[in-house]
Structure formats: structure tokens, C-alpha cells
Design a binder for this molecule. Structure first.
Ligand code: PMP
Length: 430
């Protein structure tokens, strides 16, 4: 049996200083029971905790580490950048270099702004949409998560769903009132909300491939309807690709659907493990940002040289064939997991797009937040503990996505499938 004594002690101490012992809620392992692992180091597809247990990691810092942990080139580039100075609060050419690289991969982002998190990216995109349209209402989808800014913490996914919160205390009711929520993949719901409120709606924000209630791809009809009604009503369409960008496909979810949003938000992979978010899109809309226009946006560390280097170094190593390889590995993994569950008569639905994947203890189909909520979270909690014993580290919640990296080997994947089989056996024998 793996022992977690050091993590347990570290968590107790951390809990004296930080609410819940963590700086982001799902890290606390609260609804899988037990204490979170405190991590000592990572290399490639593996992490080691402070008890010296080693795990195959599919959390990958919740998505950013597409090249795995401590990639040699990324580390070397960051070391070189650090030696030159960590931040200037003045422009560097690195910012333009990253913007050009992003634009070459996601051409709909004609202009963009760098920020330090996905939350800032979506918050700023919403403000921009409101400032541009002179309207206040926004549309979001139940179970989508766009970070923790006030307007977006209504019927959200991720930790908000994990902890069963509908609208966070502290969000002013007038702001919540301006956030109209619709079930995900609900074509009629989209038409109805625009019919009733269309001329007051500044924007619709959507995860084109949802990743914050597990992986749930938007349907083509749903996203196309959204594109059509936003255009018809002069509302801005924002694709939140903080997770799906450089993950669902090299060119993002928008390339898979052939639908062009007005604005896109990015995060996670775009910083390669350093704090980066990006919002960007149509030039005529982006030109409303200060100082070109008068919708305010700023940041002491926005475009920070280390963060830009993390992104540049990571994106430089990505290409179509790497995505084909990583997607094939993901397919092999989820098929193995499905077979393992079937062999143990455990109802499971597996979803995957590109390098994003998840397993729901649910016979399916799983197309929206209500479906996800019908999953067996009690089984998930038991299973999760056994999976850790097998040395497999996946997201500690049924409402989150797992990821694949370029560093996971065939042996890692086979070991993971074996680990799932052993964990199903162990739960059966409890
Ligand atoms: N949007 C999406 C789609 C996300 O998945 C996340 C984070 N999981 C965010 C926004 C918020 O990003 P951050 O945690 O960097 O603030």
C-alpha cells in the first residue's frame, strides 16, 4: 500500500494558513475523501509526491503541460530568460512573437491581449463585448466554467459543480440577473433566449468542447445555431478555448467545427505551465481596448517575459503530426478503460476529443450537465482512491477533464489500463 503520511502532515499545516489547505478548491480532494497529494517534482508523464510515491499524471497541471513536466527545452529556455530579468513592465518583442505564433495557429485571433490567467481572459472578453455592444446581458451554458469572475459564476462547472454551488455567495444579484443560463447542447433553448432578450444580449460565451463537467463536445447544430443567432442579433460570440485551445486539436475546437467566433479566450497550454491567458479576435472589436479605445484592460505582469517564453517554447514544439500521435494514444487509453469497466460490469461512458478525455460512471448518454449529475459520484470516490494506489493520477472529480501529453509512452498507457483493471478489482473486493 502506498503511504501518504508526509502529504497528510503538509495538508494539515497548509490548512492553518489557507482556507481548505489549498489555493484552488478542487485540489483539496474533498469529495473523493482523503488528503491531497503534495507534489515534490515532475518529469515527463510522471510526478512524485513528498512521500516519494510516483504516479502517471493525467492532470498535467489541469491541462497546460502538453509536453509533460519539465520538458528539457522549455526548462532551458526559461532558465535563459530568467537570467536576463524576470519582468520589466515595458514591452518586449517576446509578446509580439507569441501573438504572431498564436495568430498563425488560430487565425480568427486577428488581434489579442495577453493576461495572466484564463479568468482574466474571459472576464476581459466579457467587458469588451459589453463595451462594444453597449448592452449588459450575457448568455452562458449550464456546467460550462469560465473562471471565477462575478458574471460567470452562475450555474458553472468545475469546482462550482464539484461543490454543488449554483451561484457563489458574494456575486451581486444584479450581475447574476444579467447572466442568462441555458442547458448545454440545447438548440431550442438558445433560440428561445435570443428571441426573448436578443437586443439586450452583449455576448454568448461557450466552451465549444466543454471540459468542466468532464468532456462533452458541443454538437455541430448547437454551435452553428449559436453562431447564427448571435450574428442575427448583433451579439458577440465568444469561444472560451482556455481548455480546448491546443488540446482538442492543434488549431482549437473552432477548427473542428469550422465555426469562427468573434472573440476567443485561451489559457493553459498557451503558457506552457506559466501563468498566461489570452483574449483576442476581430480587429474592429479588439480596437476598443485601452489605449486604442476606451474599454479598460491592464496588468502589471501581463505579457511577462517568463510567461511569454513558457508559451513560445511550448508552442514551438507543437505540430499537426504530434496531435495525431497524441490523439491516437488518447483513443487507445479510453478504449482500454471502457473495456476494463465492461469486464467488471461497471457502467461507464468515456469521452475524448484530441488530448482531452474523461470517464463518467454513468451508462450514458452524457450530453449536458443534468446527464453528468446522474453519474455515480460515490463509486467515483471509492474508485479514485484505488486508482491512486495503482499509481495513476487523474482529476479528483467527476466534473473535470483529464489530459494526454507528448511524453506518455505506450508503456504508460498499458500500465494505466492495467491500473484501471486492478482498481475495478479492488473496489469489487472491498
Ligand atoms: N475557461 C475555461 C474553459 C477553463 O477550463 C478555465 C480553467 N479550468 C478557465 C476559463 C479559468 O482559467 P484560470 O483557472 O486560469 O483562471
Amino acid at each position: 500500500m502506498k503511504q501518504f503520511e508526509n502529504s497528510k502532515r503538509a495538508f494539515a499545516e497548509a490548512s492553518e494558513y489557507m482556507p481548505g489547505g489549498v489555493n484552488s478548491p478542487v485540489r483539496a480532494f474533498k469529495n473523493v475523501g482523503g488528503d491531497p497529494l503534495f507534489i515534490e517534482r515532475g518529469k515527463g508523464a510522471h510526478i512524485e509526491d513528498i512521500d516519494h510515491n510516483v504516479f502517471i499524471d493525467y492532470v498535467l497541471s489541469w491541462g497546460p503541460l502538453i509536453l509533460g513536466h519539465a520538458d528539457d527545452q522549455v526548462v532551458a529556455d526559461l532558465q535563459a530568460a530568467t537570467a536576463k530579468g524576470t519582468s520589466y513592465g515595458a514591452p518586449t518583442e517576446l509578446e509580439t512573437e507569441l501573438a504572431k505564433k498564436i495568430q498563425s495557429i488560430v487565425p480568427s485571433m486577428e488581434m489579442m491581449r495577453m493576461v495572466s490567467s484564463g479568468t482574466e481572459a474571459t472576464m476581459s472578453a466579457i467587458r469588451l463585448a459589453r463595451g462594444y455592444t453597449h448592452r449588459e446581458k450575457i448568455v452562458k451554458f449550464i456546467g460550462n466554467y469560465h473562471g471565477h469572475s462575478d458574471s460567470l459564476l452562475v450555474d458553472a462547472g468545475s469546482g462550482v459543480a464539484t461543490f454543488n454551488i449554483n451561484t457563489s455567495p458574494g456575486v451581486p444579484k444584479d450581475l447574476a440577473y444579467d447572466t442568462l443560463t441555458v442547458p448545454y447542447n440545447d438548440v431550442e433553448g438558445v433560440k428561445a433566449v435570443f428571441e426573448a432578450n436578443g437586443d439586450d444580449i452583449a455576448c454568448a460565451i461557450v466552451e465549444p468542447i466543454a471540459g468542466n463537467m468532464g468532456v462533452i463536445p458541443g454538437t455541430q447544430e448547437f454551435l452553428q445555431t449559436l453562431r447564427d443567432v448571435t450574428t442575427a442579433h448583433g451579439s458577440v460570440l465568444i469561444f472560451d478555448e482556455v481548455m480546448s485551445g491546443f488540446r482538442a486539436a492543434y488549431h482549437g475546437a473552432q477548427s473542428l467545427y469550422g465555426i469562427t467566433p468573434d472573440l476567443t479566450t485561451l489559457g493553459k497550454v498557451v503558457g506552457g505551465g506559466l501563468p498566461v491567458g489570452v483574449f483576442g479576435g476581430r480587429r474592429d472589436i479588439m480596437m476598443n481596448i485601452t489605449p486604442a479605445g476606451n474599454v479598460y484592460h491592464a496588468g502589471t505582469l501581463s505579457g511577462n517575459p517568463l510567461a511569454m517564453t513558457g508559451g513560445l517554447s511550448t508552442l514551438a514544439q507543437l505540430n499537426e503530426s504530434l496531435y495525431a500521435e497524441m490523439s491516437a494514444k488518447t483513443t487507445r487509453l479510453v478504449e482500454g478503460i471502457k473495456q476494463a469497466a465492461d469486464a467488471h460490469n461497471v457502467p461507464v461512458t468515456v469521452h475524448h476529443v484530441g488530448t482531452m478525455w474523461s470517464y463518467f460512471f454513468n451508462a450514458g448518454p452524457v450530453n449536458n450537465f443534468d446527464d453528468v449529475q446522474a453519474s455515480d459520484v460515490a463509486y467515483f470516490a471509492k474508485f479514485y482512491k484505488q486508482l491512486l494506489q495503482q499509481g495513476i493520477y487523474t482529476a479528483p472529480s467527476q466534473f473535470e477533464t483529464n489530459f494526454m501529453s507528448s511524453k506518455h509512452t505506450d508503456d504508460d498507457i498499458q500500465a494505466t489500463i492495467n491500473g484501471f483493471n486492478a482498481a475495478f478489482d479492488a473496489v469489487e473486493n472491498e
